[in-house]
Write a protein of this length. Sequence first.
Lengths: 327, 268
Amino acid sequence: MANGIMVAAEVSGGAVASITLEVLGAARRLADQTGQPVQAALIGSGVEGLAKGLIAQGADQVFVVDEPALAKYSCDGFVAAMEKVNAAASPSAILMGQSDMGRDLGPRLAFRLGSVSAMDCLSVTAQDGKLIAERPCYGGNARVTHSFNTSPAVVSIRSKAQEPINRDDSRQGQVTKVAAGIDAAAIRDKIVGHQEVAEEGMRLEDADVVVAGGRGIGSAEGFSMLEDLAKALGGAVGATRAACDNGWRPVSEQIGLTGKIVGPTLYFAVGISGASQHMAGCSGAKNIVAINKDPEAIVFKSSRFGIVDDYKKVLPALVEACRKLKA
Amino acid sequence: MPLHIIACVKQVPDPEAPASSFRVDEAAKKVVAAAGVAPVISQFDALAVEAALRIKDAAADTKITVISLGPEGARDVIKHSLAMGADEGVLLTDSAFVGDSYTTALAISKAIEKIADYNLVLCGRQATDWDAGVVGYGIAEMLGLPSVSLAKSVVVQDGKVVVERVLMEGYDTIEAPLPALVTVSNELGEPRYPKLQQIMLAARKQVTVWGAGDLGLDASSVGAGAVRLNVERLFQPVSEIECEIMEGETPEETASKLAQRLREQKIV
């Protein structure tokens, strides 16, 4: 029953979410490995026009459920819609991004279909005829690879863990409308309010340079040096859970297993011990520079460059050196 | 009508244990318990109990039952929850329960059905060992309950649960009719720490123990023979990074060297 690798597409602000493009890339590679088509499930209201873009990014078949009751995400509504799509398409696997939506839809959908899910995975590949999903666990201290005894295998993929394919508008594909008949009255979980947290400057996840501070910063005021460095490099400030729990930085800057996952080109870990729950949030960074006065800090094991010194001495000098570089 | 809340709690290895003490036995596909480090209640599950207690703070006749599935030693996390202020405990322990997330969800949902007369089920958003975040959804699906996840606030009013659900960029306010299941996130705040008197009182609270037979489950539906999600390999990733420590006579010199290296490597 190798009918297809399905991607549950996510729509955000009227467009396909970037994480969906990454998952489509993973699906395309997996589908090519196993000789299956890539199927996309496009669920929402007024979303049909986005099907072409999914095909350009790797889908061979797009299954569209376009109904007013699905204008906003709901667990009940989207699980029911995906159940109908699954019946129509019979995929061997259903992939999605580990996002606000994916982490809610994936597990419930798996149980609805009598199957199981592997969440927040770094990769999904075929090995020896089995689907293998690899994910971090134990706060990032360990990795586990899973295979599945039930179908479809449901897998969610961590942001920035996979690359999209290059967009190809000449790609051809099939678009099929699925009438799910979702009754709004039957949806039990309802969004009645929304509060956006105003983030100053660029989104942490989009920043190419992140300057993050931890318990070692010691105070809210200490972070001003990190802000200076971020400004000098055109980057954003991040923080560990400890720093946010202490009220030194807002929760929106929290990087870690239960905060944001970032993958910048350059990541400064300042006054950060390197505990795995935090490193889980920044291990996608291409280059990590650790600044810590403790030479035994385990952060140095995950960093490309390190300075063993008090950040209060190092950062002003580093800001100056970077300003000269950028001048 | 007094509310009955069920909170699900798991015992896990202490995530605060030094990283150097973390070891995986690859052959057994298990984490080796670090010597001398006691297991703890999973952090988000303690917050699920805290969320239940905040509801009870506002409505004193609320009853809170905690359930834990695990080895006999998991009784400790039930005791901790009772000391925090929960009223009764149920320990689900049986070698037949050792399996995957499907087994865990099935056993817990059967136990909840057996307890009956509940209004709200609270779980942590994910266990701090597997970090998966799936069992709560399994319980909700098997019991036919609406589910809302990542709560930073849980309030019951007019037969509904009102949840502030944490998003990447803010939060949604979500309502669902009772009975419902909610998973709780760290943004809820801090779990209360039991005082000595509460710990002593907790010793007198009822803890019921059930095995697979008590729940009408057998080896065909739970445990090693009923695994849906296989563990192929559990391992510690090896870091291939060699850290280059920058040094200098002064911070200015060190900083300048680092900036130079970053420029050389085309990172900046």
